[in-house]
Design a protein around this ligand. Structure first.
Ligand code: ZN
Length: 348
């Protein structure tokens, strides 16, 4: 693999302009490493735009070879959940379920109703649990309608949304993931959001979790989402945040660089511009609360495997507490950007 125009599964293409804002100005420092799982031999390079702060992969697999990166991708595997409710009966889990049941209309058992009052008053955890339900609270959605999860993976969230009373649908390109969803009885289209079987359909809510950073043309996907939402419908989207504490502290080890899958990780200002450009209103970035620990542990594994510099455990713990604390106070520096927006009620 010494040909600079090739990677182990095909050809490379250069990306001279920032895919988020079109600038050619980039920070001098680059972030280099292999993929998160160490499956492929290729060392990738991620650069940061000096104008908008977005990150992008340069060079990246060309359009013909990019799908081969997904040959052994893991969307069909059960990924560990942020709130891994395995049915444990201890008091903490009963309280968590008490919160989720009242907040989202779930019916989980065993539960303790006191959990609602308790977790409502512990802000980092309230935010974490609200993220688990993608902020589709019963207070805001007393009568859940139809929901489409784009890139629904193994259907973990669709199952949860069904528990919350939503009429759920998904689309997912990975055949194994679609098969896993269908075994759970979920209605999932095998394909992306542009699949013709979705043409003409309208949903009350569309969610996409860690999808937009994988696509070559994110604004087109957002335009498509506008057509798939009913007037007044809600978009919920999560993606990595290139302005996060983790990116600053962990650098090349940051989990969310995720080469070569993450083609462009837009900054929050770019996300805001993109959403406004396709007509979304009421764009709101949501605080994430306690969330950094699991991601940073995986970053530590990557650093060890790739022999990358990594903070000492004491320094790491201090930064992690700072990251969770700041993510409780503000949406700007959390590991993930979480944003909601509405389609105008009268056609845009
Ligand atoms: Zn840029």
């Amino acid at each position: 693999m010494n040909d600079p125009a090739m990677w182990s599964r095909g050809r490379l293409e250069a990306v001279p302009h920032c895919p988020a804002c079109g600038s050619v100005r980039r920070d001098p420092h680059k972030f280099a490493r292999r993929d998160n799982e160490g499956m492929m031999p290729d060392v990738w390079c991620v650069v940061r735009c000096a104008d908008c702060g977005s990150l992008w992969l340069d060079p990246r697999p060309d359009s013909e070879s990019l799908p081969r990166a997904y040959d052994d991708y893991y969307t069909h595997v059960v990924v560990s959940e942020d709130v891994p409710d395995s049915g444990a009966t201890g008091l903490a889990w009963r309280l968590i379920r008490g919160y989720l049941n009242r907040r989202f209309g779930m019916q989980r058992k065993p539960a303790n109703a006191l959990g609602y009052a308790i977790f409502s008053s512990i802000e980092p955890w309230r935010l974490k649990l609200d993220y688990y339900g993608r902020h589709l609270t019963r207070a805001n959605f007393p009568n859940p309608g139809t929901l489409l999860d784009i890139g629904c993976g193994n259907g973990a969230f669709l199952g949860r949304a069904a528990e919350m009373g939503w009429n759920v649908h998904g689309c997912e390109p990975d055949a194994k993931a679609v098969s896993a969803c269908r075994q759970l009885g979920l209605d999932v289209v095998q394909g992306d959001a542009f699949d013709s079987s979705l043409d003409g359909r309208e949903f009350d809510v569309i969610t996409l979790s860690h999808v937009i950073e994988h696509v070559v043309d994110a604004p087109s996907l957002l335009r498509r989402i506008v057509t798939l939402l009913r007037p007044g419908g809600r978009l919920w989207m999560a993606l990595p945040n290139p302005g996060s504490i983790g990116m600053r502290v962990l650098g090349s080890s940051w989990l969310e660089l995720h080469p070569p899958y993450h083609l462009c990780i837009p900054s929050q200002s770019v996300v805001c511009d993109w959403l406004a450009a396709v007509g979304f209103l009421n764009v709101e970035f949501i605080r994430r609360g306690a969330h950094a620990g699991r991601r940073w542990m995986r970053a530590c594994d990557i650093a060890t495997r790739e022999s990358l510099p990594f903070p000492s455990s004491g320094r790491l713990l201090a930064w992690r507490l700072a990251a969770d604390g700041l993510a409780t106070l503000s949406a700007g520096s959390s590991e993930e950007t979480v944003v909601i927006a509405s389609k105008p009620r009268n056609k845009a």
